[in-house]
Design a protein around this ligand. Structure first.
Ligand SMILES: Nc1ncnc2c1ncn2[C@@H]1O[C@H](COP(=O)(O)OP(=O)(O)OP(=O)(O)O)[C@@H](O)[C@H]1O
Ligand SMILES: [Mg+2]
Length: 384
């Protein structure tokens, strides 16, 4: 936007503004593509006409310099005198008025209750549930989201691939918490995943072999609806600590999967698709058959429990067009499904396998690689 004043015809004005007000002005001006001096000019002009603006707390203010059109500062000072205010307060109120009249163009945060719950599921083995859930969780953490990654597969691939030990079979675990057989808090089992730009945003709930028995135990429990609600009940105490809870599901369609699907449902009062399931698939026919079975299971649960479960999308993994027609035509078929969409296509790449070999998170091992970029793209799609 061009300045309505000749830039040479401005005078320097210095005021003492608190750091958070200065920051808000800087961020808002950048969001709206405006010059800070034009924003302050508009604010001062509007403030001169406005009456009865609330006082702004300017204590602890530090120097803020800007340029106003020649003569405007004089008019502001006059208005301050007649309202019995300091010049500093006049500038602060003008900035506040501009901020209030020029809201952020960012969309309002999604309506959710507790953490957003993203599960990665497909009963077909080896399609990339673990790699993609881990990569996306890392990308979410990197973007500042407090993220908990749950290894819900008794095989413990996720735990081991990140270089952690599985929980001892005789100790507390997620499965024991779900079955109410554990002492202590579930939060005591979390371990931080360090490195990269995760800061202290990324945590892992390691797997335990006892989850192999979870399906059988859930099947025989007498408690009403516990088969579906057990995961939600166990994770409830952690939800306020995290923005996202990402679940790496086992390759099965048993009760564990039902409890994860139920956990990913859209809760009352939530925007749709703020939680849900991502389905990693391969570009081959057996993946399509597997998806049909998973889809049927989701529909059964939706009808039995009268809930909505958002299918957030497919991630077509390990794609290699050199495999020829089977690969290219299968990819087209996934794309033709349309709803849910293909969130990303991940090429067959060495980064993931290398990261596993050195037991490092992908975004730490190869932060600038193509695979990390795809994980960031999926994270952006599911978090907006
Ligand atoms: N894009 C990729 N390129 C190359 N190798 C990959 C890619 N994605 C995953 N892999 C590798 O493929 C193997 C299977 O991936 P992964 O463990 O993520 O699948 P999964 O669906 O979780 O398997 P399971 O069903 O056993 O839990 C792993 O060795 C992983 O490192
Ligand atoms: Mg896995």
């Amino acid at each position: 936007m061009t300045a309505p004043y000749d830039p040479g015809d401005r005078e320097k004005v210095v005021a003492k503004l608190p750091a958070d007000l200065r920051k808000e002005l800087k961020v808002r001006a950048a969001e709206l593509g405006r010059d800070i001096q034009d924003a302050v000019t508009e604010g001062v002009e509007a403030w001169r006409k406005a009456k009865g603006r609330p006082a702004v707390d300017t204590s602890g203010g530090t120097s803020f310099a800007t340029y106003l059109p020649a003569g405007l500062y004089g008019k502001l000072k006059q208005a301050c005198k007649s309202r019995n205010l300091s010049y500093n307060q006049g500038i602060a109120q003008s900035v506040r008025l501009w901020l209030d009249s020029n809201p952020s163009p960012r969309p309002k945060p999604a309506r959710v209750t507790g953490a957003r719950r993203i599960i990665f599921g497909n009963q077909k083995g080896g399609v990339g549930k673990t790699s993609v859930s881990a990569g996306v969780a890392q990308a979410l953490a990197e973007s500042g989201q407090r993220t908990l990654l749950i290894d819900f597969d008794p095989q413990g691939h996720l735990t081991k691939q990140l270089g952690y030990l599985m929980l001892d079979i005789d100790e507390a675990s997620l499965a024991k918490h779900m079955l109410k057989e554990a002492k202590g808090e579930l939060s005591e089992l979390l371990v931080p995943i360090k490195g990269g730009d995760f800061e202290d945003h990324l945590w892992l709930l390691p797997a335990c072999k006892d989850a192999f028995l979870l399906d059988a135990k859930l099947a025989t429990t007498k408690a009403v609806r516990i088969k579906e609600t057990a995961l939600e009940k166990a994770l409830e105490p952690l939800e306020q600590e995290f923005d996202f809870i990402v679940v790496d599901c086992p390759p099965s369609l048993g009760y564990s999967m039902d409890t994860a699907l139920y956990y990913s449902r859209t809760r009352a009062g939530e925007d749709s698709s703020t939680s849900g399931i991502v389905v990693p698939v391969l570009a081959e026919d057996s993946s399509a058959d597997a998806y049909d079975m998973l889809y049927d299971q989701i529909q059964d649960l939706v009808e039995d429990m009268d809930v909505d479960i958002a299918l957030l999308g497919f991630v077509v993994n390990m794609y290699d067009s050199r495999k020829g027609y089977v690969a290219t035509s299968s990819l087209s078929e996934w794309q033709n499904v349309g709803d849910p969409p293909v969130l990303a296509v991940v090429p067959e790449l060495k980064d993931q396998r290398e990261a596993v070999r050195v037991k490092q998170p992908l975004l730490v091992h190869a932060p600038y690689g193509d695979q990390s970029e795809v994980m960031r793209a999926v994270a952006r799609r599911i978090s907006t």
